[in-house]
Design a protein around this ligand. Sequence first.
Ligand code: GLV
Length: 401
Amino acid sequence: MSRLTSPKVVNIEDLRRLAKRRLPKVIFDYIDGGADGEITMRENCRAFYDISFRPRNAVSLANCDLSTRTLGLGLSLPVLLAPLGYSRLMHRRGELAAAAAAGRAGIGYILSTFSGHKLEDVKATSAGPVWFQLYMVGGRETAETAIERARTAGYSALVITIDTAVAGMRERDFRNGVKALLGGSLLAKVPYLPNIAAHPVWLASFLMDGGLPTLHNIVIPGKGTLPVMDVDTALASATVTWNDFTWIRQVWSGPIVVKGVLTGDDARRAVDEGAAAVVVSNHGGRQLDCVPASVRALPEVVGAVNGQIDVLMDGGIRRGSDIVKALCLGARAVLIGRAYAYGLAAAGEAGVTRALEILRDDLERTLRLLGCESVSELNRSFVSEAYSRLSSQPRNFQMVE
Ligand code: GLV
């Protein structure tokens, strides 16, 4: 019996447990942690509990259609793998493993700028749609080189993250000595080394992979590629503003996806700037803490966009029923981050595949129990009225039920 199959791994939390065991604390906490008090991070998951289903019972379905389309692309499930920085530190095949698993499952993969593998290699490994997420590290000239490479390699959309004016305060990263481990003197690293040594399977794989990876997709003119840097430093130089969009549209003629939208105003601005889709996202609770859970912000954005472009969402998805709830509230598809990162860290490509299998089975079971034969038929009538009233006030965390 594989250590990834049932009953050892029944849900995403089981993969989280395996990831925690395999990874040094500094890497596990980078995945698992959020900003400040982690209020938004927890709320992303918890908010799904407030949404109740209204099933149509005594219905038996011969088939159940889980597929959807976004930006003209077919997905076998309404799921894409979210851009995940530093995946090569979680597993040495990192982005390659995740993109390959996504392609085999017939879903999309979004490659982060902070990738340890070359974007061309990542594209080549996936049979499905692959999008490129751009951080403006190194300025416009550097970004233009990456965009050109992404176009040549066949990336079908450019994802622009707008919620990183500076990095959020990831307290766990500070306590775990990320800065010292990535840049400090040997002496500064010493306190953090015993925990790393206590995870020999990860350590052996990391050393055989050559140690800290290079960020192959950030090529600074005249200087070359950047080494891995802490997220604080990386995001400080990665800010995108609305003023950049005119330039982005000049250098990228394909679809643009704006990620990090939490209000109707920003959603309308994204439409005006020519976005083909928005992602309702709070960056997994890793940036500004105490913003609403994504699923709470979703209805306001869906209302503001009014069908003009697709609305995607991420944040807190751990079960197929969470995906169903997001679709009922108007999302076309969801992005999953931690839900697959745990699988990647636990077992590489097989772990990502297992995470997707769990979510796929959950999704189909939930649809059948709801009496709904297709994800395209999900709507607000399948979730509780009380939540729908509450959700029109996304900043209100109080429950009315
Ligand atoms: C990078 O984008 C991160 O959130 O760590």
